[in-house]
Write a protein that binds this ligand. Structure first.
Ligand code: SAH
Length: 352
């Protein structure tokens, strides 16, 4: 994408009409262009416009489409992972998953991440910049067009911390909800945060019925702060207090993400503390066998241990499930592909 030019895909229908007014187009042409843009088409793909108009648009504006650098398809479950070029040297990744209920997109909200969680690949590849709302929507559009499928669910669990890019992420959710655009219902959107307490509070006041996921990973403040530096700023006490308020105010169940790391956070005392902290609240615990990331030294807890942990939580009255890993053969997790691409590029530059 050429960042120097006005990106038409970021405009509302009214804004588009006023930007295109100097071209003197009939109203139906402007509507045609708007429809294509909402679908994520490039100017070249707008085949029902005269060629001369497509050329004129190309010379003057950007269509905001994201270029696919590479795509990996899992032989196990068909999960596809895309590496996309933002046009300014930044690279992002997103994933398309097929479930029984339809297709779901896992999108990145930032090119990189500033949160520095020790188990996560995203932080290790550095921070580039925030994504705009149109770029986040662009991830869904590019995958939907490439795979030829309709995407009905979106999870903000790719690279980046959504609440560290608050305004753009909220604008993205509203954009994705637009019935003339992606038309994704708020209830089918999940926002995952490492626990930025003021961001959760702000989100609560937006009155958007999306699912809130909170990455917990430990029920002990000190241990959590070692794994997730954000916890030094926003303590577990403050976070859980906010989560309880969020559930009470919105009536919505919170999902807690819990990556099971062998010998670190998978003991019976961890389960018992979770029961103590979360018992009686409206929540669901998602146990994720941790993805091994180079340089972290963490190992995945074994299946028997994970199931025993889940059973202990359930006995203690908490709803818990073990998340099925998707696309394990294509490194579909959390910034791993982006990290590899950046390392390869930096390696190549170093060799030059
Ligand atoms: N920044 C947000 C969203 C992106 S990460 C957040 O922290 O929630 C999406 C989820 O993947 C988070 O729960 C995150 O903690 C988890 N995650 C990161 N690295 C992981 C790994 N190596 N294995 C398993 N889960 C991981």
């Amino acid at each position: 994408m050429d960042t120097a030019r006005l990106n038409l895909s970021e405009l509302t229908a009214d804004e588009l009409a006023s930007v295109l007014a100097p071209l003197g187009l009939p109203a139906f042409r402007v509507r045609q262009i708007g429809k294509w843009l909402r679908e994520g088409a490039s100017f070249d793909e707008m085949t029902d416009l005269p060629l001369s108009l497509r050329e004129e648009l190309k010379n003057k504006y950007s269509d905001g489409t994201l270029r696919i650098i590479s795509k990996l398809v899992s032989a196990i479950d068909g999960t596809s992972k895309y590496l996309l070029d933002l046009g300014d040297g930044n690279i992002i990744e997103c994933v398309l998953m097929k479930y029984k209920y339809g297709y779901s997109a896992c999108v990145s909200t930032q090119a990189g991440c500033r949160m520095g969680c020790t188990f996560c690949a995203s932080a290790k590849a550095g921070f580039g910049r925030n994504l705009t709302a149109a770029e986040i929507a662009g991830e869904i559009k590019v995958m939907s067009r490439d795979a030829g499928v309709n995407i009905g669910h979106v999870v903000m669990m790719g690279v980046g911390e959504p609440l560290d890019n608050y305004d753009n992420v909220v604008a993205f959710m509203r954009m994705a909800h637009d019935p003339d655009g992606l038309n994704i219902s708020y209830r089918k959107m999940s926002l995952s945060t490492c626990g930025i307490v003021p961001g959760i509070e702000k989100l609560m006041k937006e009155d958007l019925p999306v699912t809130l996921s909170v990455s917990l990973h430990s029920p002990f403040q000190e241990e959590r702060a070692r794994m997730m530096p954000v916890a030094k700023k926003y303590s577990l006490d403050k976070l859980l207090e906010m989560c309880k308020t969020y559930s009470l105010e919105t009536g919505r169940r919170i999902t807690y993400e819990y990556a099971m790391i062998s010998g670190v956070n998978d003991t019976a005392s961890h389960a018992d503390e979770l029961i103590k902290l979360l018992g009686g609240t409206l929540c669901h615990i998602n146990l994720i066998p941790v993805n091994t990331v180079k340089g972290t030294g963490y190992r995945r807890a074994d299946k028997i241990r994970i199931n025993a942990f889940r059973d202990r939580l359930e006995k203690g009255g908490l709803a818990a499930t073990v998340r099925r890993a998707m696309g394990r053969d294509i490194e579909a997790a959390c910034g791993q592909l982006r990290r590899k691409a950046i390392e390869e590029r930096n390696g190549a530059e170093a060799e030059e």
